[in-house]
Design a protein around this ligand. Sequence first.
Ligand code: NAD
Length: 465
Amino acid sequence: PLAAENKSRRVPAHVVFRRLPPHVAAPIAAKFLVVGGGTAAWSAIQALVRADGVQPHQIVLVAEEPYWPYNRTMLSKELWRSDIVDHAPLPDPPSVEYAYKHVAPPAHIAVVNSTAVFLDPDQKYVRTKSGVHIAYDKLLLATGATPRHATSVAPVLRHPSIQPYLSTFRTFSDYRALRQTITSRQQPVVVIGGGFLGTELALALTAVSDNVTLVVSEAGVLFRVLPRYLCHFLAAKLENAGVRVLRSAFVSDASEKDGHVTLQIDSTDQPQPTSITTSHIIAAVGVDPCTQLAKTAGLEIDRHDHGVRVNDFMMVEPDVYAAGDVASFHDRSLGRRRVEHWDHAVVSGRIAAANMAGARERYALQSMFWSDLPAVDVSFTAVGLVDSRLDTVAVWNLEEEAVRDAPSINRFADGVVYYLERSEIVGVVLWNAPKGAAGLRRARALVDAKTCVRGLDERTLAALV
Ligand code: NAD
């Protein structure tokens, strides 16, 4: 019954997700059950469909979002420069280019559009919030992560009158809601958090608002990732592009009146508190892995990174696998860690799926991540441990550029930053490096070899990648 035809004539020759009715009386049996509708799940389904001996009708996806799997990375980037506000809900095929489309060969995948709330790994079944009971042979947990609320970092925002104005930003629905509520360029928007999302989103929002404020608790943006001079440089670039960046800042008071919230923001940069009246406050203050389902089964959660512990094969225990943001995995070069980036979701999802289908593949590739900030001419890719608490050495091409409030500063045009542990390279950022796989491949090799930089001169360092 799971392989019923999708009747839509618009379906191109690729995977077709077919939404099951919300209340299925009879239990479902899935050879391969994938829980989660994000990138890791999508990548796993692609790999399963390609695996020898796997039939698409043996795969069931439990996904709580009402959309086809889509590419989340665009939510804080390209979409804001487009006029796209719609994305085909299940079960229709995707109508816009950013949905994941290219799954070969053509396949029919059944989707239960609900949240998986209970897992019994002994009886091997999952139950959904909508009451569907799904037995499995092999299970993949690709439940991702959920955003932290603004109230976790700014207790003054807890008052019920403030709640309607607060949001997090993680899904296509979040994007659409925010996009639809910003109706004029004068509308003030406040983003709290200077990590990947806050930085990218604040800059992207300048495409629709002339009044974007980024509230950052640290002294610059991407402070936990980049060396300090780059955080300051990037914050200045954001300001030059029209984002008001309040550094070393926190929300000290909030009050609601006539459909708006007035925030008081204290900052060590400003002698007086800053007052901003807005109706949109977006928290971008990190995510927590979604481990609730794993916890219902008593699966092991890592004490340090809070993910579901998997071995080199992305296996939690026989017949249960995890991939993507939720997985605490064993990185053979860098030790146990959890990674919240797209490429890791793709690679780990693929490897978990291959092993579910009978392969014996270890997770050995060093995943990469990237950030695109086109409005400030910055784009970087990175591999390994990219953590600003580590020592760094870097090689730069510098250019002179006038930036507001800093008339002539050295512009970090392009360069390479090496992150070091005991003088060994454990992470690399390729800043505005020419696109291409070769530099990335060399960066991966440097991290895997834990290359020692002691005694290397500038020319040799520059030639490493
Ligand atoms: P993040 O982990 O990148 O950054 C969290 C940020 O929260 C910190 O940098 C800090 O500025 C802020 N913060 C934490 N505690 C705070 C406090 N007490 N007061 C004020 N601010 C505080 O998480 P994010 O930026 O929210 O992004 C969400 C997720 O999306 C992450 O998993 C991230 O990796 C992912 N993402 C990745 C990319 C990319 O790879 N290019 C882009 C966007 C989002």
